[in-house]
Design a protein around this ligand. Structure first.
Ligand SMILES: [Cu+2]
Length: 313
């Protein structure tokens, strides 16, 4: 069978296979009948055409049979769909935030992750949050897809994974230039492993060994948060200005409608991340970059700065 790892798989696959089998049956039968008629009733073999008019029994047959088939499709579709629309009362609640062009997941204890970690055989209730434009939360292995709509309150979905492993999460709603890069993963773990991960007290503080390559750590943060979807590292202009060769330069920004010169320093980078619309880099539009206030810590910003500096070398 096609890889599947949630309680929805059976319902969706049944509907799919039922419809596919019917379509396949008719493809073969209709094509076969057409070929037979071409052979049997061609001008040579059947020179005298017959005019056939009205057949009540035929009309009834080709109304009733498709009706039954279509009701069968409805039945399988409906039975598969109902459980998706009924999230259980109890479960682990995760908030999925989608932005151009990345996902992140926030747990009830405040833990944030760019991958969705979940325990096996447990209901996971996912609050779907779109920060900018329409996105869609799609996990093919779970047969789960739900639109993420900016401003739509109480938009949620749920699932229960049945097999440990790592499965892809896609954004299934074209959401701009780098939409195809908007992928993540759901990692299904044994419940014990999950709770160990969840309660890990070290997870929130970042341990930096003495000999760590700070620029490399900064690069990882930049990659993990999807910054490079909008900021190139090689001088190209994407949605936002490039990161390359900018640190330490004097640049022109628009602040409160006024043009001014400013040094691209630590302070500027931090403000750009927490309050992106305060200074708008000349030539770019406000409202494109959203604040990372709740997602990137000041320590992480220090590492990002190390990384930006390293791009000048
Ligand atoms: Cu998207």
């Amino acid at each position: 069978m096609i890889l599947g790892a949630s309680t929805f798989v059976e319902g969706v696959d049944n509907a799919f296979i039922f419809i596919l089998a019917i379509a396949f049956f008719f493809l073969i039968t209709i094509t076969g009948t057409m070929i037979f008629f071409i052979w049997r009733y061609n001008k040579k073999r059947n020179p005298q055409p017959t005019q056939i008019k009205d057949s009540v029994s035929l009309e009834i047959t080709w109304t009733v049979i498709p009706l039954i088939l279509v009701l069968g499709m409805f039945y399988y579709g409906y039975v598969g769909w109902i459980p998706m629309k009924k999230p259980p009362e109890e479960g682990i609640v995760v908030t999925a935030n989608a932005r151009m062009w990345s996902f992140n997941f926030r747990y009830e204890n405040g833990r944030i992750s760019d991958k969705l970690y979940v325990p096996k055989d447990t209901a996971i209730i996912v609050n779907l949050n779109a920060l900018d434009v329409l996105h869609s939360f799609y996990i093919p292995a779970f047969r789960l897809k739900e639109d993420m709509v900016p401003g739509l309150a109480n938009n949620r979905t749920w699932f229960e994974a049945t097999k440990t492993g790592t499965y892809t999460i896609f954004c299934a709603e074209y959401c701009g230039l780098q939409h195809s890069y908007m992928i993540s993963e759901v990692v299904v773990m044994e419940p014990d492993d999950f709770w160990a991960w969840y309660d890990d007290p070290d997870a929130m503080v970042m341990e930096i060994p003495d000999d760590a390559n700070l620029a490399l750590l900064g690069r990882q943060i930049v990659e993990r948060n999807g910054c490079i979807a909008c900021h190139s590292l090689d001088g190209r202009t994407l949605v936002g200005p490039t990161f390359a060769g900018r640190f330490g330069e004097t640049i022109t920004v628009i602040t409160g409608g006024q043009q001014r010169e400013i040094v691209y320093d630590e302070e500027y980078v931090k403000r750009s991340i927490y309050d992106p619309d305060y200074d708008i880099t000349e030539g770019f539009r406000p409202g494109q970059m959203l604040s990372y206030q709740d997602e990137i810590t000041e320590d992480e910003i220090d590492l990002i700065i190390e990384f930006l500096k390293s791009l000048n070398e």
